[in-house]
Write a protein that binds this ligand. Structure first.
Ligand SMILES: Cc1cc2nc3c(=O)[nH]c(=O)nc-3n(C[C@H](O)[C@H](O)[C@H](O)COP(=O)(O)OP(=O)(O)OC[C@H]3O[C@@H](n4cnc5c(N)ncnc54)[C@H](O)[C@@H]3O)c2cc1C
Length: 413
């Protein structure tokens, strides 16, 4: 049997499944609702390929680019493209550039209420990949397909969470192809439980047919935490954050994947070419805030060259002072919510607790009149305050480190 990572650190990238030449590995969903690989020992030949592609097992020799990582503020010049995107449409414009150069694009799409990775070949299909889906996507098959495209001489832009991008970089280690593979990861808060999502769907008043958007920007970017849902009766509704339990579960972060509380891929310098996120806290260009501004972080020479080639984006240099304070996942993968007691009992809570209790415990939503819940709320809020103090200390240390690096570079010059 292969020695794959422990449940607490496995990121669920699922590259191990694609790597197995005898198809001994398959996808399994844990009791708390996350993807893990399952190995059929009667088929496994113990070749070790799954261990060698695993980005978690190989984290110590993961190559970050020896390049001065730089932040940019950017937005698509096409308003329609931008509206369909979660932030400024950075991803869509990078994808358009790849299509112009004859390549294909891999990313996450929604089918009904399921999220999975796929590869598309034309701008007409791009809409399917646009927008953030706040669940872990099923990536089985996409790593093999990406390799097939590269072997045929096609360029590929692979997009996904930092662990999925780390996985494709392990999967495609053949140097012949690395020049044709462009990667962009997301600044990622972590992924919530599929089981909790299923319970959320079951508890909607009407049957949900499709999640049209997990992040609807129809009102504005800063007011985009709203889910647009299509029900089986054809009705389409936009549910605001304040009224949508799933977005509250996601935002509070008490039902994320275990590995997301200590993500080793959320570091300032990364192996990907480009990272994409929301430019939360941006003060410049206020007229652009309504439609969304992307934070684009370039990690490699190849990424910088690709960004410069990309037409259709307005790009401005930005500073870490603007980019880091409201987006800790750019430089720090640790999240204290993983140590808050209800997280330890998520699997049991999902199995035994009724939905109204789950909403209170994992979504922090409770009527003011339910005073018997006040002690829980008090402890939770105190814990959140302590966590934000720790974030502040980490941010200060990060700025200190960046200052020292700058001084070293200035001394060298
Ligand atoms: C789970 C999750 C957590 C996030 N957390 C943060 C955060 O804390 N801070 C922050 O600044 N930004 C975060 N983002 C990223 C942000 O929401 C936008 O996706 C990002 O800014 C890119 O926006 P865009 O306008 O360039 O393109 P969009 O069109 O919005 O982005 C589409 C891209 O996102 C990818 N994608 C969407 N959903 C998934 C998924 N479930 N798994 C893998 N890839 C996916 C698609 O493949 C495509 O590449 C998160 C995204 C996700 C999916």
């Amino acid at each position: 049997m292969p020695n794959l990572p422990k449940i607490s650190v496995c990121s669920g990238c699922l590259a191990c499944i694609d790597s197995c030449p005898c198809n001994a590995l398959s996808i399994n969903i844990s009791a708390d609702g996350f993807f893990y690989p399952f190995c059929d020992s009667t088929i496994c030949k113990e070749c070790g390929l799954c261990e060698s592609v695993c980005p978690v097992l190989n984290i110590s020799n993961f190559p970050c680019h020896d390049f001065k990582t730089q932040p940019f503020a950017a937005w698509s010049l096409n308003d329609e493209t931008r509206l369909r995107s979660a932030s400024g449409g950075g991803f869509a414009e990078l994808a358009h550039q790849i299509f112009k150069e004859g390549g294909a694009v891999a990313g996450a799409m929604t089918r009904g209420t399921d999220i999975f990775h796929t590869i598309i070949e034309s701008p007409e299909e791009l809409q399917r990949l646009q927008g953030s889906k706040y669940l872990q996507s099923n990536t089985v098959g996409v790593y093999r397909k990406t390799l097939e495209y590269l072997q045929k001489g096609r360029m590929v832009l692979f997009s996904g969470t930092p662990c999925q991008v780390a996985a494709i970089l392990r999967f495609i280690s053949d140097k012949r192809y690395t020049g044709m593979l462009y990667t962009c990861d997301l600044i990622c808060h972590g992924v919530p439980s599929h089981a909790l999502f299923k319970i959320y769907l079951q508890n909607q008043k009407k049957k949900v047919q499709e999640i049209i958007s997990f992040r609807d920007k129809a009102v504005s970017w800063k007011n985009s935490f709203a889910m647009t849902v299509k029900y089986a009766n054809g009705e389409v509704r936009r549910n605001e954050y304040s009224k949508d339990f799933f977005l509250n579960f996601f935002g509070l972060g008490l039902s994320l994947r275990k590995s997301c509380y200590q993500c080793p891929f959320a570091t300032l310098s990364r192996a990907t070419d480009i990272s994409l996120g929301d430019f939360w806290g941006i003060k410049s260009w206020p007229e652009q805030h309504k439609n969304g501004v992307s934070l684009i972080i370039v990690h490699s020479e190849k990424g910088l060259d690709f960004l410069r080639r990309t037409k259709g984006l307005e790009i401005h240099s930005a500073t870490w002072e603007d980019a880091l304070p409201l987006n800790p996942r750019i430089y720090n993968g640790r999240n204290m919510m993983g140590r808050f007691p209800p997280r330890f009992f998520l699997a049991q809570a999902l199995k035994y607790l009724p939905y109204p209790l789950l909403i209170k415990l994992y979504g922090n939503i409770m009527p003011k009149t339910h005073f018997w819940w006040w002690p829980y709320k008090f402890v939770l809020i105190s814990y959140l305050k302590m966590a934000s103090q720790i974030k502040r200390i980490r941010l200060k240390n990060m700025f200190k480190k960046l200052g020292e690096q700058k001084k070293d570079r200035d001394d060298e010059n």
